[in-house]
Each structure stands twice: as structure tokens, then as C-alpha cells.
Design a binder for this molecule. Sequence first.
Ligand code: PLP
Length: 380
Amino acid sequence: MIPLAVPDLTGNERTYLNDCIDTNFVSSVGAYVDRLEKMTADICRSKYAVAVSSGTTGLHLALHGYGVCPGELVIIPSFTFIATANAVRHCGAKPWVTDISPDSWTMDAAQLERELFVKTKRIGSELIHVQSGQRIAAIVPVYTLGNIPDMKRIMKIAGTYRLPVIADAAAAVGAKYRGREIGEISDCAVLSFNGNKTVTAGGGGAIAGNDEAMMCRLRHLSTTARVNAEYDFDMVGYNYRMTNLQAAVGCAQLERVEKLVEKKRYIRRKYRELLDEVSGISFFPEAEDNTSSCWFSGIVIQNGNLNCLREICVRLKNRGIEARTFWKPVHLQKPYSDIVRADSLDVTESIWDKILTLPCSVNITDEEIYEVVGTLKENI
Ligand SMILES: *Cc1c(COP(=O)(O)O)cnc(C)c1O
């Protein structure tokens, strides 16, 4: 079977894990956790990074830290992995979903601006969604597949409306925006080190940011808000720390981040090159002045729908190739039927059920890519 996306653990992963066992540091305090935070901050070019137990908990923690409260609204794109919306709900808030722009599959900044202009008003220090009377608490742009939206415009809008911008950068390690790194372009960026991401720690995540007080607050909240060894706590905290075992794997992966991202970009280019002639398909977008981290690769079946994609997946599976459909938008998910929606979600609705993801593990060989392409050509 050629799998969709599995990790490559051929670096120092085993050595570092053995070191954790030899030194008895397997839990949430340890040298690898500190090192992973330093490495993450370096790579993202942020001043600080806080290691957490997953991308989801990182998003929840950041939203909570930036003041998202029950009954409020958080703006997210509908086209995202469900965790973005779940983190909003974990704060007791509700998503307000926007559409995406077709040339990056990320939050449509022009629509965001229109929606805020038309549907909100400022009452005292608070920005209120007029129709529901709810306070708007934050904007969460998603770096879809490692594509970065028009952050210059989004940050400007956020400044105008005084909203914090917490980026869901779960799959964006190695992405660049107009020559800048992901730790430099939002208030904070949340990464995931889940097993299927470009850089994995088995599970885990990190928040990269530059506001010292906020980042201290997030670290404190992630470690049960403990003040001292005598079981004193000064806030309702969370147990969201990454373990040293996870961080050991994560550090070994981060040492190779450039190679891992380069391979992801190579895979994307290779599929495009080899499938360029095929009619009826198009490719994953990459905004012009950005460098996508190309987390996943695949194709868009232009006249496709979920059923036709499912059939292709079955045919490929029978030939030993794992392909999958992609994210079903948040507003079409059962727990999110009552969220606030932007006027149009047309791009989201026209694209999500046409995307087929193809094998793109960092250790995939050229021969395997040729096999995927050959088999795909016979089966679409
Ligand atoms: C993977 C992913 C997450 C969740 O990360 P976990 O570490 O699995 O919790 C959130 N958002 C996006 C866009 C993702 O791709």
C-alpha cells in the first residue's frame, strides 16, 4: 500500500527517545520540551513558542488567552479542518464562517472586510454583531495546506476593528508570506505536530508569538496555572503540556524541517508535471508571492462530486494506493448547523467535494509517484 501521509522517523528520533528513557524524563518537564520551543520560535521567527499537547488544544488555549468568552463570535473560514471550529466551541463561543478565495483556498479578506463593515457596530469598547447581539472576539485565518491568506489586509482589518488574529497554522510549518515567516505575520500562530503533518511529534502542537506577557500567560495556563509546588493555583488552568517523549520526536523532526518541506514541495511539483496533460482536472493553488509548505498534494476533479471521488478512492485502494476526499466545510457539519454565515460561501461549496488528496509522505519515492500517476490516469 502506498499510504497518504506517514512520517519519516529516520533521523535522531530513536536516539532522543532512548535519551528520555535513560534520563527518566518522559513527562511534561524536560530538555526536549524546552528545545522544541526554541526550535519552533527560531523556525517561525517568533520571539517565543509554547509547546502544547495538540494543535486543537493550542488553538483553544490561544483563543481563551486572547479573551474569547462564552456567547461570543470568532470569525473562521468554513473551509477548514473541524478542529478550528471545535476550539471556538471549547471556549463556549460560536464560529462566524467566511468563504475562501479561489486562488489560495484561504479566508477571503475582501469578504471579511465587507461582512465586518455591514454586519457589526461598535458599542463602547466592544464590537457587536448586530443581528445576534454577540461580541466578536477574534479572527482565525487558516493557512490551508500551508497556503497563507492576504495577511497584510487581514491584519489591517483586524487593527481597524481591534480584533486579535490567531492563525491556525497547523499545517504551515515552512510556509512563507512575502519573505516573512509564520511567526511574524499574526498575533500568534498555532502549529500541529500530529502524525500526518509535515513535522510530527506523534501528537502535539505549539503556539508561536511575540507578546511576552501573553505567551507567559499561555504557558502558565497550559500547565494547570500552578504557582508553586504546594498546590497553589491562581487561575483555572489546563493540562495541555507536551511531553518530553513527544518533544524528543518533534526535535528530531524539526532538525530536518527544511528537507521535509522541500520534499513536500517537490511532490506537489512532480504531480503537477506528470498530470499536466490530463483534461478535466486542476491543481492545488499557491498564491503568487507566497511559498506554500505544500502539506498535502492532490488534484481537483473539475466536474466531480463526493460520489465520483469515493469511487476513484476505491479503485485506487484496490490497486494499493491510498487517496482521500478532503475537508467537508464547517457549515455543513451536524454540530455547526446554527452558526453565523457570511452572505456567500460559494467558493467553499463549489470546491470542497472535488478535491482528491494523493499519497504525499515525505519518504515517497519517484517510482511510487509514477505508480500513483499511472494508476490515477487509468481510473479518473
Ligand atoms: C491538523 C489540523 C488541526 C488540528 O491539529 P491537531 O494537532 O490534530 O489537534 C487544526 N487545524 C488544521 C487546519 C489542521 O490541519
